[in-house]
Design a protein around this ligand. Structure first.
Ligand code: C2O
Ligand code: CU
Ligand code: CU
Length: 569
């Protein structure tokens, strides 16, 4: 059968990662076959001047129980004014327009289980022909091998971080829509204010569909948040801006490039924030709230503000994590975001009139496969006069977070699960990542084999054990969890993987999370209450839901570093 092929169709027998490792061992790029050195050289995007583009702020679309319709369309969008417009896949509607990232969907929760039942009708209008092929090249050599991959424009929308929803509204990865099809999802009453996000989740094609642009912020606000804003304890919504971080590679003509062969990582050399390359934002000397979202395929970011080229360094004050407010504001010099993670932060530009302060990435070179380290992200220029809207004064306390487990020893009645994260050589894709154990397709030919069952309204402890040299951001659908600890992975006398030396969790990991960073050779423990809505809108007669849990490196997710659990009412 076919092995990994390069662009010239030659069989390299390895993927890019092994290739780089092999060439590093060999000591010189001279060892690379000619066709691949030239391919790598060609992959560099056109040179772009940084900080010339004004930041784009996606339009806000109010979502509610009354329902709203969001379509997916292929459009062109200007990434940088020196480039021709780029073909992308956008979300939007005729009122808000179409963009990538898509409009920020905004829900004002009122605390009523009926009034808060947000519904969205998603329409795939990516082509007029349901059989249209994907915009990007898809590696035909692995198409049949990687479950679910198709070279058409199938798409399905997942609301990342939503709690208690059913399998249908979750955007089950196999429940894809072809161009011309649509579906309405009921997101139930979400419990609290949070910066969630929506993105494509089509089985086998997620990395490509998100890369094309299918992602956006989905913000829930509640009475607590409205009160904090109304009393001047959080910035006014006029100063509340999502920043979606994504890296891309561009062809000379400004079009999106994504290697045609199925690799296990993707790193771009052009930094996009809200769909613009290295943009700037002109700000007033006051507090802003930024909702940072790592919407990249593989890239991790450790962001800092200023501190180089004569710029002052500013702190972040983190107020929220993936699933809602932290208990109290946390001042931080830097914040690490792996793919899928969010940080809701406040930045104070007071007293910095006339200065420029760059948001930059300090995670470069920590990712071994990263051929394109990205340092610069975007620039803030403190050049606008203060408006009449008052500045905010942050509160001491933001929200009450009930701890799901207060002891460090797990009571024996609480089910514990262990998931080993590992790769194995694969004849088709070089390296294939998975969560050890049965797969979604066991026995072969079956669909959605759950690998374990979780009963409604139960507390479970899940342990992630990373046996590899890469970070895996592990995400569970249906719930928001709490991180109980992070250790070096060790082995007991029976060979079981157990927590070793404690590394500890970060202060900004003490709130609600739906995605957690599991570093190389780490053991990370989380706890969640798995709770659905038995009165919610199920598939007719259903008493169970199939829910995915997976690595949020989209290349790994598409390798099926994803399993399903069966959730039973
Ligand atoms: Cu953000 Cu299952 O994904
Ligand atoms: Cu999700
Ligand atoms: Cu992974």
């Amino acid at each position: 059968m076919n092995k990994q092929k390069n662009q010239s169709g030659e069989d390299t027998g390895m993927n890019r990662r092994e290739f780089l490792q092999a060439s590093a061992v060999g000591g010189a790029a001279l060892l690379l076959p000619m066709s691949l050195t030239s391919q790598m050289a060609e992959a560099a995007s056109p040179m772009l001047t940084k900080f010339t583009e004004p930041l784009a702020i996606p339009p806000v679309v109010v979502a509610s129980a009354a329902g709203v319709t969001i379509e997916m369309r292929q459009i062109t969008q200007t990434i940088h004014s020196s480039l021709p417009a780029t073909t992308v896949w956008a979300y939007g509607n005729s009122t808000a327009g179409f963009s990538t990232p898509g409009p920020t969907l905004l829900v004002d929760l009122v605390g009523d289980p009926v009034a808060d039942r947000t519904t969205v009708t998603w329409v795939n209008n990516l082509a007029s022909d349901p059989n249209a092929t994907h915009y990007l090249d898809i590696d035909q050599t692995v198409l049949d091998h990687v479950d679910g991959a198709r070279d058409n424009r199938k798409a399905v929308v997942h609301l990342h971080g939503a709690q208690g929803i059913n399998q249908h509204a979750d955007g089950d990865p196999e429940q894809t829509l072809l161009p011309g099809q649509s579906d309405t999802y009921d997101y139930g009453p979400q419990p609290r204010a949070a910066t969630l996000w929506y993105h494509d989740h089509a089985l086998g094609n997620t990395r490509l569909n998100v890369y094309m642009g299918l992602a956006g912020a989905f913000v829930f606000r509640d009475a607590n948040e409205r009160n904090l804003v109304a009393t001047g304890q959080l910035p006014n919504p006029a100063y509340d801006i999502p920043l979606v971080l994504q890296d891309r590679r561009l062809k000379k003509n400004g079009q999106l490039a994504y290697g045609p062969y199925f690799d296990d990582t993707f790193f771009g050399d052009v930094m996009l924030v809200n769909g613009k390359a290295w943009p700037h934002l002109d700000v007033e000397p006051r507090k802003y709230r930024f909702r940072l979202l790592n919407g990249s395929n593989t890239r991790n970011y450790t962001v800092r503000l200023g501190g180089h080229d004569g710029q002052p360094s500013l702190m972040f004050t983190q107020i929220g994590s993936d699933g809602g407010f932290l208990a109290r504001p946390v001042p931080l010099m830097e914040i690490t975001l792996t793919p899928g993670e969010r940080a809701d932060v406040v930045v104070d530009f007071a007293g910095k009139e006339g200065m420029s302060i760059d948001l930059s990435n300090h995670h470069m070179m920590k990712d071994m496969d990263d051929e394109y380290p990205i340092h610069d992200i975007m620039r803030f220029r403190v050049v606008k006069p203060m408006s009449a809207i008052g500045d905010a004064t942050l509160p001491a306390d933001l929200a009450t977070i009930d701890h799901l487990l207060s002891t460090s020893t797990i009571p024996p009645e609480i089910p514990q699960r262990y998931f080993k994260l590992e790769d194995e050589p694969d004849p088709y894709v070089g390296t294939k990542w998975h969560i050890a154990g049965p797969t979604r397709r066991d026995p072969p030919g079956s669909v959605h084999t759950p690998t374990h069952m979780v009963m409604n309204d139960t507390l479970e402890v899940w342990n992630w054990v990373n046996k590899s040299d890469m970070i895996h951001p592990m995400h569970i659908h249906l719930v928001q969890f709490q991180v109980l600890g992070r250790w070096k992975a060790a082995e007991d006398s029976k060979g079981n993987l157990v927590p070793g030396r404690s590394i500890g969790i970060d202060l900004n990991e003490t709130g609600w999370k739906d995605t957690v960073r599991v570093g190389p050779l780490e053991f990370v423990r989380v706890v969640a209450r798995f709770k659905g809505d038995p009165n919610g809108p199920h598939m007719p007669g259903a008493t169970t839901e199939m829910m995915p849990f997976h690595c949020h490196v989209l290349e790994h997710e598409d390798h099926e570093m994803m399993r399903m659990f069966e959730f039973r009412y």
